[in-house]
Write a protein that binds this ligand. Sequence first.
Ligand SMILES: Nc1nc2c(ncn2[C@@H]2O[C@H](COP(=O)(O)OP(=O)(O)O)[C@@H](O)[C@H]2O)c(=O)[nH]1
Ligand SMILES: Nc1ncnc2c1ncn2[C@@H]1O[C@H](COP(=O)(O)OP(=O)(O)O)[C@@H](O)[C@H]1O
Length: 215
Amino acid sequence: MADSTPAQEALARRGLMFILSSPSGAGKTTISRMLLEADNEIRLSVSVTTRPPRPGEKDGVHYYFVDDAEFDRMVDEDDFYEWATVFGHRYGTPKGRIRAALKDGQDFLFDIDWQGTQQLYQKDQQDVVRVFILPPSIDELRRRLEARGQDEKQVIDARMERARAEISHWDAYDYVVINENVNACFAKVREILDAERMKRQRQTGLIPFVRELMS
Ligand SMILES: Nc1nc2c(ncn2[C@@H]2O[C@H](COP(=O)(O)OP(=O)(O)O)[C@@H](O)[C@H]2O)c(=O)[nH]1
Ligand SMILES: Nc1ncnc2c1ncn2[C@@H]1O[C@H](COP(=O)(O)OP(=O)(O)O)[C@@H](O)[C@H]1O
């Protein structure tokens, strides 16, 4: 930061772990993609999963797709921040380069479920921001799952069944946003991210800056 002004240095901060969770079909992938496109200071934490890729999903972009043996190996080697079983498949957040990048102020977006959210929060309460997205109604949730056209009726029924259990964890989140209109929901999520970035406790550069102002 050789050329930066004292005021710019005052804004130095640790990176955020910005978690977006929702019942399947409520729109977290849609909102995540909009956020990653609009904001070039946040990167996606790409999870590892044993679930098979859906059409159009790319290894290393949407997920790292691995088999059970490889997932077991990663668990044994303590490669995950957290992992959980969702819909019969395992999903985990790899430590990879995230830890060092967070220290350098890089923000990460996590599309993970409530189990992973709890685990991350237990590890790092200061830098975790938990956002839960709700559908405007149960009927609309089903319509969205059907319209997405990725799952058989049986899988949709199972997702709907699970949605109620997922919604029951809503109060373990810092923010709850209803995704009725996608642009309005996205705008709210962005406001949350912007405000959280400005939190005093997170801004490591503020203390020396304020001391200087007071000296
Ligand atoms: N705990 C945890 N959950 C994850 C992770 N990656 C994805 N998930 C969750 O797994 C669930 C299923 O994801 P996916 O198979 O992509 O289907 P989706 O229902 O369309 O999002 C979602 O609730 C994701 O948020 C991870 O690394 N850890
Ligand atoms: N506000 C919205 N209104 C109507 N359809 C939406 C809205 N948000 C998302 N969708 C659609 O609903 C489906 C499920 O959204 P998706 O982002 O895949 O959900 P999730 O990642 O939570 O499973 C997708 O087809 C998406 O285009």
